[in-house]
Write a protein that binds this ligand. Structure first.
Ligand code: SF4
Length: 221
């Protein structure tokens, strides 16, 4: 699957919708389309669908090969998507593992309908993973960067994410968030609401200390 809509935690191929996507709302979907870029990731989060039984090769979001920019752009060209409220780089994997694909697709989307907001959902590892200053490259392309904070300190973060970059990944992620604020209109860190009051309070402090925005989102199974 290349492009999909989401309803109540379930994923629907864009091919289930009409050409002009006018039936999305009738079918109970937000007018948002998600881009499935890659299944690769430099983390192995304990909760990730990539590593649980819910994510197997029969799942249509599972990719044998990454979706290329040409494949993603080609799929958009099959639809009239001018009325979408938002387009999100997401998928079962970390989109910034394929940063050049994200940038090329973002350029196409912005050049076609610049008024539609683009969001990047990420683990915040892009600068380290790509060995370059990716935050700067998001300017004029991405409107919102949503970064999973996951935890209130590096040790807890590593226990949850099992990042390839070990505990260093935590500071990398916070630095990336801070840097993105210089280039992207909206930068938000997220945690889920089921991690306990003490940990939520500690995450709030991490963000407050760095003047970063935190969003607490409902946990979806
Ligand atoms: S960062 Fe995202 S894609 Fe990667 S393992 Fe964690 S939840 Fe899964």
């Amino acid at each position: 699957m290349i492009l999909y809509g989401v309803k109540q935690g379930k994923y629907y191929n864009i091919e289930n919708f009409k050409h002009d996507l006018s039936d999305m709302e009738e079918k109970g979907f937000a007018k948002k389309i998600y881009i499935n870029v890659t299944n690769k990731c430099n983390c192995a989060c304990t909760f990730c669908l990539r590593s649980t039984k819910e994510m197997n090769e029969n799942n249509s979001l599972w990719l044998k090969k990454d979706n290329t920019a040409q494949m993603i752009i080609g799929k958009f060209k099959e639809y009239d998507w001018k009325n979408l409220e938002e387009i999100i780089f997401c998928g079962f994997g970390e989109p910034t593992m394929c940063m050049d694909t994200v940038l090329e697709v973002a350029d196409y989307l912005k050049n076609t309908h610049k008024e539609i907001p683009l969001r990047l959902n990420t683990n915040g590892s892009a600068n380290r993973e790509n060995h370059r200053d990716v935050a700067k490259e998001l300017q004029g392309r991405i409107d919102t960067v949503s970064i999973s904070l996951n935890a209130s300190n590096a040790q807890k973060y590593y226990e949850i994410t099992r990042s390839k970059y070990k505990e260093q990944a935590y500071e990398d992620m916070l630095d990336f968030a801070k840097e993105c604020e210089s280039y992207v209109p909206n930068v938000v860190l997220t945690i889920v609401d089921c991690i306990g009051e003490e940990e939520i309070a500690a995450c709030k402090k991490v963000c407050a200390d760095r003047n970063l925005t935190l969003r607490i989102r409902p946990f979806e199974t």
